[in-house]
Design a protein around this ligand. Structure first.
Ligand code: PEP
Ligand code: CO
Length: 457
């Protein structure tokens, strides 16, 4: 038998390949001065072993399919942009700790297993609003993330450097290697939530409530294990999945592999790539690339999108209407969500294509303070989340996940929260190179609000 005959390709497969995106307009791509050097870096990247494997991607697809049926909840979170310099054990462990604490609170409140997805191990490329940045008399190319160039404001720093593709890939592998080792070693075990304590949370306003949740889960586990005589498997082994914005298409292409025994193309640089709002054009290169891979794919859905656009995305990215394939991450902003979300839920329903709806309450709520600092207000984040839950519920739809920019560090980048951070506090520990993140206290408080909201219905 002709072996190729058994290959499962996307619809319109004759025109798809890992490089077919190159014939489409690709927004947000860096311009490399030396294309031969870029080609060498991409080739070297393609020879390196993958960061993830196909059976993990298949497992995530099954979990996302469960979530679409309302049986699981997805928690996706991490930095807006990872940096090469922050690839160190303390920061990675603290990020895992806050995600674990949040997933525990969500598990307890929603009574569903939580799919944990980090914005990490590859979140190194950023879309930008402008091509250039001007300071005084000097105009330079904008910083596009550590995958592309450097944040310093010199011509040398801002020159896209193909070697950074390799440096970032190595850091991504180091990050996920450490995450996997921690999980395998029992770090995520629900029997030992004390492993996830974060020092500065001892004075947190949410601390007592969190302790009660931990104790209640411990009691439930003890009870179940006593009567069943066996350990709860998922309590000790639930993995973390990796995700990043599939922005730099040469980077994504390099690790796109055909797995013969499965009969599909996979992007093996991450489990869950997503398409950002600025690169979601139906005819664009990013949609073209993502339609051909077997990974579950996320797409950001913003207030500028109309019904036809979102329906077009569903048809392009999930033509076979498969469960476990498409994650729509809406980020409308607290001011827009009431008017914009419902028509899109209805438009997607009309396609009969299954999706997992996830709310990103961060990116539609970015603002600049009077002194020019980019921030987000906790109240707006909560408001968008609560409205989203209600709108889905009233529409007979299911909000199956949340997407946050957060850190395990004690930063001051978003205002509000139980400690009432004000604009004037932002300067104290403002560290992000791109968007403002929730600090660990604010992140935990948000998880508690989601859990409380679920209990109140
Ligand atoms: C992001 O997730 O960091 C981002 C840039 O989001 P969006 O594409 O929704 O603006
Ligand atoms: Co961001």
């Amino acid at each position: 038998m002709n072996q190729r005959a058994s290959i499962k390709q996307p619809d319109d497969a004759s025109t798809w390949s890992p490089t077919s995106w190159q014939s489409r307009p690709a927004a947000q791509q860096a311009v490399y001065r030396d294309p031969a050097a870029l080609a060498r870096a991409v080739e070297a990247l393609g020879r390196l072993p993958p960061i993830v494997v196909s059976w993990e991607i298949e497992a995530l697809r099954r979990q996302i399919a469960d979530a679409q049926r309302g049986e699981r909840f997805l928690l996706q979170g991490g930095d807006c942009a990872e940096s090469l310099a922050d690839c160190e054990s303390g920061q990675i462990a603290r990020k895992l700790k806050i995600l674990l604490q949040m997933s525990l609170v969500l598990l307890h409140g929603l009574k569903k297993p939580v799919i944990r997805v980090g914005r990490f191990a590859g979140q190194y490329a950023k879309p930008r609003t402008t091509e250039n940045e001007t300071r005084g008399e000097v105009t330079l190319p904008v910083y596009r993330g550590d995958l592309v160039n450097r944040p310093g404001f010199t011509a040398e720093d801002r020159e896209p450097d193909p070697e950074l593709l390799l440096r970032a890939y190595e850091r991504a592998a180091l990050t996920l290697n450490f995450v996997r080792a921690l999980i395998d070693g029992g770090f995520a075990d629900l029997h030992h939530p004390e492993y996830w304590d974060l020092d500065f949370m001892h004075h947190s306003p949410s601390r007592d409530q969190y302790r009660q949740i931990v104790n209640s889960i411990s009691d439930s586990l003890d009870f179940f294990e006593a009567i069943s005589g066996s350990r709860v498997h998922e309590a000790s082994r639930a993995p973390f999945y990796a995700s990043h914005e599939a922005l730099h298409l040469h980077y994504e292409q390099a690790q796109t592999r055909y797995i013969e025994r499965k009969g599909y193309w996979y992007n093996l640089s991450t489990h869950l790539p997503w398409i950002g709002l600025r690169t979601a054009d139906l005819d664009g290169a990013h949609v073209e690339y993502c339609r051909g891979i077997r990974n579950p794919v996320g797409v950001k859905v913003g207030p500028s999108m109309d019904a036809a656009w979102v329906q077009g995305l569903c048809r392009a990215l999930n033509p076979q209407a498969e469960y476990g394939r498409l994650v729509l991450i809406h980020r409308m902003g607290a001011a827009n969500v009431d008017s914009k979300l419902l028509p899109l839920i209805e438009a997607v329903r009309a396609t009969e294509i299954p999706v997992l709806w996830v709310c990103d309450p961060m990116h539609g709520n970015t603002e600049t303070t009077s002194s020019g600092v980019k921030t987000r207000r906790f109240d707006n984040i909560v408001a968008e989340l609560e409205s989203s839950v209600r709108i889905h519920r009233e529409a007979g739809s299911y909000l199956g996940g949340v997407h946050f920019e957060l850190t395990g560090e004690d930063v001051t980048e978003c205002t509000g929260g139980a400690r009432g951070l004000a604009d004037g506090d932002l300067a104290r520990a403002y560290r992000t190179t791109v968007d403002p993140r929730l600090n660990c206290e604010q992140a935990l408080e948000l998880a508690m609000r989601i859990a409380a909201n679920a209990r109140s219905v």
